[in-house]
Design a protein around this ligand. Structure first.
Ligand SMILES: O=C(CO)[C@H](O)[C@H](O)COP(=O)(O)O
Length: 250
């Protein structure tokens, strides 16, 4: 029999645990990148508390309008994109991560800004519940951000690669397509298995009008993943080991 899926409340607890563990690695004065999604939202909420209590002084840029609005409401000082801006640490969630810390991201539609900030960061730290660490990427549909005019040809090209593309519907109004913060369309590709993520990433990069894909390769330095109610640290090819083995970013 297959193990039953964890209850949503349990998953939410796990997300909070991972977020709290990440906060312990934030140092006073850091410039932070803030991720998107339910796990990142827990982190932003805890960070807001620490800022309000005067425990931490930080500045941050968010990877989505939603995360930016949350951070603004909590009084986290925000930096707008500008030349030369780099981040000491970006904390973000993921849809899937493998033991090499290759990621699928973009389930929340923020893959483009997430990749921009990940690239501008000295350290990308992923926080995740127990369902996210997988032996091989691909069960979670791979998100793409696509310029609307190019959509038909992008769908043809991705289908030829075996990606079984589906235009993502808007969650609130399923008759309409979902839009990214940039006003682009989102496409989910059902590869089921991605044994060679670098090859798929290289193929996707050649498709005109495909602005970005959700494979994040060689970007994450560490992940905090909850397993059996314990926060575990994973680095590319190393771990999981109890996160308590580290007093600072591993
Ligand atoms: O990539 C993302 C948003 O574009 C999220 O990080 C990813 O979807 C994980 O979300 P959650 O923390 O809600 O499980």
């Amino acid at each position: 029999m297959l193990p039953s899926a964890p209850h949503p409340n349990q998953l939410d607890q796990e997300k909070k645990l991972a977020a709290a563990a990440a906060l312990r690695w934030v140092q006073d004065g850091m410039v932070l990148g803030l991720g998107t999604g339910s796990t990142a939202a827990h982190f932003i909420s805890l960070l807001g508390e620490a800022v309000r209590n005067g425990q931490l002084r930080v500045q941050a840029t968010a990877t989505s309008q939603a995360s930016e609005a949350q951070a603004r409401e909590l009084g986290i000082p925000l930096l707008q994109p500008r030349r030369g801006l780099r981040f000491d640490l970006t904390i973000d969630g993921a849809d899937e991560l493998d033991p090499q810390l290759r990621l699928i991201k973009g389930g929340g539609g923020a893959l483009l800004r997430e990749k921009v900030l990940a690239n501008a960061s000295d350290y990308l730290l992923i926080i995740a519940d127990s369902t996210k660490l997988v032996p091989q990427l691909g069960q979670f549909p791979l998100p793409l951000e696509v310029v609307p005019f190019a959509l038909p040809w992008v769908l043809d090209a991705v289908a030829e690669l075996g990606g079984a593309p589906v235009l993502r519907p808007d969650r609130r109004n399923p008759q309409e397509p979902a839009r990214s913060d940039q006003g682009n369309l989102l496409v989910d590709c059902h590869f089921n298995q991605i044994p060679d993520p670098a090859q798929v990433a290289a193929q996707l990069k050649t498709i005109p009008g495909l602005v970005e894909h959700g494979l994040f390769l060689g970007l994450a330095r560490a992940a905090l993943v909850v397993q059996s109610e314990q926060v575990m640290a994973v680095r590319p090819g190393i771990g999981p080991v109890p996160a308590t083995s580290f007093t600072q970013l591993p």
